[in-house]
Design a protein around this ligand. Structure first.
Ligand SMILES: [Fe+2]
Length: 494
C-alpha cells in the first residue's frame, strides 16, 4: 500500500472571485478534431481512448443570465487520444429547447434551478413545461453516446462527431422522454457481463417509483436491457445519484419536502422549492439487484443519517453491512431567488464533506463517520473497484483545509488510513471532477491517470491537466482552444 503523506502543497493564498466567476460565459464555438498542443509536461505515450465531459455551455441569452449554472444547456467536449496525441471536438446538445431558443436568442423556458422567463411572475405563472437541457453527464451505452439529464430522456449523439441524433428511447426500453438518471454506474465486476451499465429513473409524486435497469455494455449485444425492476416508495423522492454493490442498489432519500406552490405561481424554480425538513428522517432505499443473491426480494428501508447528499463515491458489502461513502452537506445548498450565482458568498453555503455510512442490514440501522473535514465534491474510485472495497478515492477539494470555497485542488485519500495527498491549482486555477483511468499494465489500485478539465483564471481559459493517480504528479497540461464553464460529469471510453 502506498504510504501517503500530506505534501502540504496547498496554496493558501486566497482565490480571486473574478478568476473563478470568469469561467461562467457561453461557449463560443464548436470545433472538430482540433489537435491540442501541450503547454507543460510530456504527452502520455501509447495513450488511446476518449475523455467525454458534459456541463452547461449556454449561460446567457440576449443579455439574460440563467439563475443557476445547472440551468445551462449541455455542451459536450470530447478529447480523443490517438497514440498519446489529443484531438478536441465539442458540440452543444441540439435539444428541441436549445434549437428554439438559439433561433431567437432568448430564454423561452423556465429552468428547474430558478431561471425565469423575462416578464416577471405574470409571464411565468402556471408555465410548468420544461426544457430537457441534457447537461449533466455523458456516457457510452452500446453504440451510442448519451447526453443525460435526470428529469427526462437521454439524447443520443453521434460518437464520431458528437452531432445530436435526438431523444432516444433506447430501442423502446423507455417511454418517450421517460426520466433516466444522469448517474449511471459502470459495473466491471458482474458475472452477467464484462461490463454492465446500471442506472435508474424516478417517477415522483406523493408516491415515487424507482425503475432500476441493467444494460449489457460489452460485446455483441451491447446496449441490450438485461434487468428491469420497479419499486414504489411512499413520499416525494429526490434522487440524484445512487451506489451499487454486488447485490444491492443503494439510494439515499434526503429528508426534504417539495412544496410546488412557488413554482406553479411563477416565483421560483422547481428545485428552489425543495427544503430540508428537520422533523423528517432521511431513508436508505436498498433495492436487491436482480443479478444478485437477493433477486425477487422486496427492498429494505432503513433510517439514514442527517444531512443532504447529491453524490456517492462508492459502496461495498462487508459481512451483513453495506459501507457507503458519500459527500454530505449539512443542508440542501440552493441559490435563492435574489442571489447572483456568479457572486455568491461561499461562507453562506454548506460545504461538502466525505463521510462513511455503515448500514447494518440485520439490525436495520446506520451509523455515520466523517472521513475528512475538508470541503470536497466529485469523489471517484478506480472504476475496477466500483461496488467493491476500495483503498483509494480521488476528488475535487478546496485548497484550504477548512470552510467553503471553490474547488481548486485534487485530493487523493486513503480511505483506510485517512492519509491524504493533494495537488493544488490555486490560487487562480479551478478544478472539476477528476476522471480516473486505470493503467492497463498494472493491477495496483492507484496506478493510472487522472484527467481534469481546469479553469485557468489567469489566462481566462480552460486547460486539460493529466496527473499521475499514484503521486498526483503533473504529467501533462494542454491549453484548450475553447473556454468551458465549470462543468459537471464525464467518462472515459476506451
Ligand atoms: Fe451529479
Amino acid at each position: 500500500m502506498t504510504n501517503l503523506q500530506d505534501k502540504k502543497v496547498y496554496d493558501i493564498e486566497s482565490f480571486n472571485k473574478e478568476d473563478w466567476s470568469s469561467a461562467y460565459k457561453n461557449v463560443e464555438k464548436e470545433l472538430t478534431k482540433e489537435p491540442l498542443k501541450i503547454s507543460r509536461g510530456k504527452s502520455i505515450k501509447n495513450l488511446n481512448g476518449t475523455l467525454l465531459r458534459n456541463g452547461p455551455g449556454i449561460l446567457e441569452r440576449g443579455g439574460q443570465w440563467v439563475h443557476h449554472p445547472f440551468d445551462g444547456d449541455g455542451m459536450i467536449t470530447s478529447i480523443k487520444f490517438e497514440n498519446g496525441k489529443p484531438f478536441l471536438t465539442n458540440r452543444f446538445v441540439k435539444t428541441k429547447g436549445y434549437l428554439e431558443e438559439e433561433k431567437i436568442n432568448k430564454f423561452i423556458y423556465r429552468g428547474v434551478f430558478g431561471t425565469q422567463k423575462n416578464g416577471g411572475i405574470l409571464n411565468n405563472v402556471l408555465d410548468l413545461k420544461f426544457k430537457n437541457i441534457a447537461n449533466t453527464h455523458v456516457v457510452k451505452l452500446g453504440d451510442e453516446v448519451l447526453a443525460l439529464w435526470e428529469a427526462a430522456g437521454p439524447h443520443a449523439l453521434n460518437p464520431d462527431n458528437l452531432d445530436t441524433i435526438g431523444l432516444t428511447t433506447l430501442n423502446g426500453v423507455l417511454s418517450p422522454n421517460e426520466a433516466f438518471s444522469a448517474h449511471p454506474k459502470i459495473d466491471l465486476n458482474s458475472k452477467t457481463s464484462s461490463e454492465l451499465l446500471v442506472t435508474f429513473g424516478v417517477q415522483t409524486g406523493p408516491k415515487s417509483t424507482i425503475r432500476l435497469m441493467e444494460f449489457n455494455n460489452a460485446g455483441e449485444n451491447s446496449g441490450e436491457l438485461l434487468i428491469d425492476r420497479k419499486d414504489t416508495f411512499n413520499g416525494f423522492a429526490f434522487l440524484h445519484d445512487f451506489a451499487i454493490t454486488t447485490n444491492w442498489a443503494i439510494f439515499l432519500q434526503n429528508a426534504i419536502d417539495f412544496n410546488p406552490l412557488p413554482f406553479v405561481m411563477g416565483q421560483k424554480g422547481a428545485a428552489q422549492c425543495l427544503k430540508s425538513n428537520p422533523n423528517k428522517k432521511a431513508k436508505f432505499f436498498i433495492i436487491p439487484r436482480e443479478s444478485g443473491l437477493f433477486r425477487g426480494q422486496p427492498p429494505l428501508i432503513i433510517d439514514a443519517p442527517e444531512g443532504f447528499v447529491f453524490h456517492h463515491v462508492n459502496a461495498y458489502e462487508k459481512d451483513c453491512k453495506i459501507i457507503l461513502d458519500s459527500i454530505f452537506y449539512d443542508d440542501f445548498p440552493s441559490v435563492g431567488p435574489d442571489e447572483n450565482f456568479r457572486n455568491i458568498d461561499f461562507d453562506k453555503y454548506p460545504e461538502g464533506k466525505l463521510k462513511r455510512s455503515t448500514i447494518n442490514l440485520k439490525s436495520k440501522t446506520s451509523e455515520l463517520e466523517t472521513i475528512s473535514e475538508q470541503c470536497c465534491e466529485f469523489g471517484v474510485v478506480n472504476p475496477k473497484n466500483l461496488g467493491l472495497p476500495a483503498t483509494f478515492s480521488w476528488m475535487a477539494s478546496t485548497s484550504q483545509k477548512q470552510g467553503n470555497a471553490p474547488l481548486q485542488a485534487i485530493k487523493k485519500i486513503n480511505l483506510i488510513s485517512k492519509e491524504e495527498l493533494s495537488w493544488s491549482a490555486g490560487p487562480s486555477g479551478f478544478v472539476s471532477e477528476p476522471i480516473m483511468v486505470p493503467s492497463e499494465k498494472s493491477s495496483e489500485e492507484d496506478d493510472g491517470f487522472l484527467f481534469i478539465i481546469l479553469w485557468n483564471g489567469k489566462r481566462r481559459g480552460s486547460d486539460l491537466v493529466i496527473l499521475d493517480a499514484k503521486d498526483l504528479k503533473e504529467l501533462a497540461v494542454y491549453e484548450l482552444p475553447i473556454s468551458i464553464p465549470h462543468g459537471l460529469h464525464g467518462s472515459w471510453v476506451n
